[in-house]
Design a binder for this molecule. Structure first.
Ligand SMILES: [Zn+2]
Length: 320
């Protein structure tokens, strides 16, 4: 998520929970298929800046608190025996470095290892995904991957951005780097062959999938490639970088809500890939803001002034 504030607040209410809907205090967040605890959703005044949940002993999801940013992004740590990848660094202003250091120390202790190299990578370079980078600049045995497509292709040795993929060996664990521009030029997804999880950033998640009107073909091409990839790789779960949908199909939270009830689960079934593929295909010639059960396609013109959603991209806006 990143196209925000004034631009969106005027229109998001159309697609959001209506003001007269009263949250049901008894229906607190529930554990989900993949996570034993509900995710912090700003309701507890004392909630920590970060909440960490284990997916397996070598894979962790971290949520930045809604108290620190309405984006409340999800970050991931994926451990191999030689290298650990941190996927995204969240929004600036909080101490992510200490949390990651503690997590790595605990993992080293549990595994009887002395060291593991850290790769700080990003789903893409919007500010809510790279904000904590500076905290890692002086960390020993650490590489912070650059933010441009060229930087990423060079670091991971990707031959032909964005159409080729690259397998990366973390040490007894292989992940695939999948370039997926559309939401952002340097967007990647990461597929973990061990857990069969696709870490999908801001390109697939239960929320508003933002893209420039003129980028729909690029986004659709990325989803086409992911659909192809999913036909030959066993994807069990798709884990994105935010939650913006409620448990009510087609309903999203207002973008700057700092407390939420009845959030959609973070994890999505792999069928979401084909759902998005079909949805993008249906609007390829006429992109418009449209809600689906688990996501909202949200094309945005470069300059929305004087134009009306959901048909922002119509006619003279189409080239934007
Ligand atoms: Zn985001």
């Amino acid at each position: 998520m990143n196209y925000r504030k004034a631009l969106l607040l005027s229109v998001i209410t159309i697609f959001s929970v209506t003001a007269c809907e009263t949250p049901d205090a008894s229906s607190a967040q529930s554990p989900t298929a993949l996570f034993s605890e509900p995710w912090n959703s700003g309701l507890d005044a004392a909630e920590a800046d970060f909440q960490i949940q284990q997916i397996d002993p070598n894979t962790f999801a971290i949520r930045q608190s809604l108290h620190t940013t309405f984006e409340a992004p999800f970050l991931y740590l994926i451990f191999g025996t030689d290298k650990v990848i941190l996927v995204d660094t969240g929004v600036e202003g909080v101490d992510l470095r200490s949390i990651v250091d503690q997590q790595i120390e605990a993992w080293l202790l549990a595994n009887g290892q002395e060291k593991v190299s850290l790769i700080v990578a990003h789903s893409h370079a919007h500010g809510d995904h790279v904000g904590g980078d500076d905290g890692f600049s002086d960390r020993p045995d650490t590489v912070v991957v650059g933010h441009s497509p060229e930087d990423i292709a060079k670091f991971f040795n990707i031959d032909a951005w964005p159409v080729s993929t690259k397998a990366v060996d973390l040490g007894d664990r292989m992940v695939d780097i999948l370039p997926t521009p559309g939401h952002h030029d340097s967007h990647i997804m990461i597929y973990d062959r061990t857990t069969d999880i696709l870490f999908s950033g801001d390109t697939i998640y239960p929320g508003r999938i933002y893209f420039r009107c003129g980028n729909i073909a690029e986004l659709k091409a990325s989803i086409d490639r992911i659909a192809d990839f999913s036909s030959t790789n066993n994807i069990r779960w798709v884990l994105g970088a935010h939650i913006e949908m409620t448990t009510e199909p087609g309903q999203s939270f207002q973008s700057e809500d700092r407390t939420r009830q009845n959030e959609h689960a973070l994890e999505l079934q792999p069928g979401i890939i084909n759902d998005m593929h079909a949805a993008l295909g249906a609007m390829i010639d006429a992109p418009r803001v449209e809600s689906f059960d688990e996501f909202v396609l949200f094309p945005i013109p470069t300059d929305p002034r004087g134009k009306t959603p959901p048909d922002w991209c119509k006619a003279d806006n189409a080239s934007e």
